[in-house]
Design a protein around this ligand. Sequence first.
Ligand SMILES: *Cc1c(COP(=O)(O)O)cnc(C)c1O
Ligand code: SF4
Length: 334
Amino acid sequence: MIPFSSSTTNRKGWQQQLVEGLRSAVELLDYLGLTTFLDSHMEEAAARFPLRVTRYYANLMERGDFDDPLLRQVLPSPRELETADGFTRDPTGDLTARAGPGMLRKYTGRALVIASGGCAINCRYCFRRHFPYQASRVGPGAWKPLLCELTGDDTVSEIILSGGDPLMLSNSRLETLVGELGRIGHLKRLRIHSRLPVVLPDRVDHGLVEILDETRLKCTLVLHVNHPRELTPELGRALEPLAAAGIILLNQSVLLRKVNDAPGIQVDLCEKLFDYNILPYYLHQLDKVEGAAHFLVADARAREIHGIMRQRLPGYLLPRLVREEPGADSKQPL
Ligand SMILES: *Cc1c(COP(=O)(O)O)cnc(C)c1O
Ligand code: SF4
């Protein structure tokens, strides 16, 4: 295990850091010394899906490098305005899988709760970029119908908190929700899908660790790391108390053109994840969402990359290469 020495800096709270995030292409490119690359089509793309990134994450980008793989994930591109065959607004069929307020039911035994509408960063390839979160998420104090439905359905043993990003919820709201879920006898597992620790490690505060440590539900945190440079000593320090509390740490990433579509990067990522106590879980083939066609890696190339990873990595560090097919009863291996 890497000993992540304890932090001595007295930083601002995570909610304040969210407020102070960057919100326009001008601001971000200026921050990175790249204003010459500013293009009015970026603003048009941002009008469809706003730019949003934390300063912490922007600080991981290479100043002066327009092709930086972290920058590519968040900077609106004129190419988002192009249409492409097969790329739609709801590629995963989430709109039809909505099962009552704030919930998606697609797979047996698991229910996915849209716990929050927002994210700390907006990833340009996100399959939920057109999803009507505001209409689907559960508003403050309105967990009741959802909890009633879960109480009445004993086929569900695992709850997945997703979003948006569920860790955008304050600890007090999260504590209430997790507490209520813990009272539903047939639930066994709680899974949280979040990118927040990766883009704002300070989110993993003492209160959050306590909530996950205290529930009787067995907890898994599935992070979303796409590139080895997103793994930092700060993130390592933030995750240590979670691992110490017995919370299983997994990672899912998305295969993205010119971000991580090289076997070397993927192998590095998987090995480095293990240094951080995180096991690779899924490597997703891109969901074909409108505006993200320029991130697509061809299936043949995806299989080739995965084949090389299989040769170079121990079995337990090889993520499953999958894609989501609307209507399928599980994620589909490629
Ligand atoms: C991905 C997903 C799950 C979880 O699937 P696992 O294979 O268990 O990780 C559950 N519900 C929905 C709607 C999903 O998209
Ligand atoms: S849901 Fe995940 S992938 Fe989509 S914008 Fe939020 S953090 Fe990024």
